[in-house]
Design a protein around this ligand. Structure first.
Ligand code: SF4
Length: 399
């Protein structure tokens, strides 16, 4: 896959009976987890009648943990000038890609913080040319690697810091080798929530503006949702509606990835929680963590509501392998990534790890054939590979 190429995937036709927001809310409140799962599984089978379920072999590369934002759910970032702040060299990034190539990986997911301009007094700033040079370095030295990089908040920061129109930022990144964009930083696309948990980070319209502009220059993207913190159930549905509306407009989302907030080591994790015997809905003020039951219900509802987004990933990294496997029966058709390296979620205390053989076994035990895929969800021929991805030492935490 050459950098900047676009997917041959056709648009996913909306379901015959599209859910309204009121439908979705009523279903969430009134249907059992089993009924939600049954309906989501049926819709998933309709969209994905193939005899396999997929996964991708890639590597997360966090090129920098320097960030000017202050998200209270994040334990990954360091302020510019902090002793533990880092920016990786191209050589370090190249070594990580070589390790990935050695085991048959096909792509990198590369993200960082919101790094200031090179004039920043901390010495931890970067010029825009650094990102372009990095992409060209990867494209020149590792031409088979698909570059999936820079979440919307990072791209919005490029637009603001370097004072360039969004479209120009994207065209220059694309020209230098950026192929697709991850949906990170979506959290909940409601500004009441975003302004509380992510000061200094893009608001909902800005996140969506980046995605719209990316789709319009031919870049496909994923989209995400991080729930189980201070959002209400109607705000979760508003988030889904904003994604579905943009997908109707552009058709550029390949997949939806849902995960739960991981509270350990974060300021948000210390927020006031409801009493243990509380049985009502999240009130938008206190911290309502989501458990496996909430995750599966929300995944199923997402599969039913987002009728125009073709793929749903299981979030085994945050939920663990058992719930990750169950997700295949609650609307997910993909096990996501066999991650060689993960720094962001692990910095917040989550440590689930599966190697490729285990992911394949999870899929086989569920009744499907495991199939490696690329970023466009096309099967990758793994016969060329020498071995399955082995379990690697635990990821280096950012802390
Ligand atoms: S979530 Fe992203 S934008 Fe927010 S503080 Fe962490 S690295 Fe920065």
């Amino acid at each position: 896959m050459s950098a900047g190429s676009t997917s041959p995937l056709p648009r996913t036709a909306p379901s015959a009976t599209r859910l309204s927001d009121a439908d979705a809310l009523a279903m969430y409140r009134e249907l059992s987890i089993h009924e939600l799962g049954r309906r989501a599984f049926a819709r998933c089978a309709e969209l994905h009648p193939e005899p396999y379920r997929t996964y991708v072999v890639d590597r997360n590369i966090n090129y920098s943990n320097v960030c000017t934002a202050k998200c209270i759910f994040c334990n990954f970032y360091r302020k510019p000038g902090h002793d533990e702040a880092y920016i990786l060299s191209f050589e370090e990034i190249g070594r990580k890609i070589e390790e990935l190539l050695d085991i048959g990986g096909t792509q990198i997911l590369m993200q960082g913080g919101l790094v200031p301009d090179k004039t920043h007094a901390s010495g931890h700033g970067l010029p825009f040319s650094w990102y372009l040079d990095l992409l060209r370095f990867i494209r020149t030295n590792y031409p088979t690697i698909h570059i999936h990089a820079f979440s919307p908040p990072e791209i919005w920061a490029f637009h603001r810091i370097y004072q360039m129109p969004l479209r120009d930022v994207l065209l220059r990144l694309q020209d230098a080798g950026l192929a697709t964009i991850p949906g990170g930083g979506g959290e909940i696309l409601v500004d009441r929530v975003r302004a509380t948990i992510g000061q200094g980070k893009s608001l909902a319209d800005e996140w969506l503006a980046v995605m719209r502009a990316a789709h319009l220059v031919g870049m496909q993207t994923s989209c995400t949702m991080m729930f189980g913190h201070i959002e209400t159930i109607p705000e979760r549905i508003e988030h889904l509606r904003r994604l579905r509306d943009l997908q109707d407009e552009t058709g550029g989302f390949t997949a939806f990835i849902l995960w739960t907030f991981q509270p350990e080591n974060t300021p948000l994790g210390r927020w006031k929680r409801p009493p243990q015997d509380y049985v009502g809905e999240p009130d938008g003020q206190r911290l309502f963590l989501a458990d496996a039951h909430d995750y599966l219900r929300m995944l199923a509802l997402s599969r039913l509501y987002l009728d125009n987004i073709p793929n749903m990933q299981s979030s085994w990294v945050t939920m663990g392998p058992k719930v990750g496997q169950l997700a295949l029966f609650y609307g997910a058709n993909d096990m996501g990534s066999v991650m060689m390296e993960e720094n962001v979620v692990s910095a917040a205390g989550t440590t689930f790890r599966l190697d490729e053989a285990e992911i394949r076994r999870v899929i086989t035990d569920s009744g499907w054939t495991p199939q490696q895929r690329d970023q466009y969800y096309r099967p990758v021929d793994s016969r060329r590979r020498r071995t399955l991805l082995p379990m690697l030492p635990a990821a280096r935490h950012a802390t």
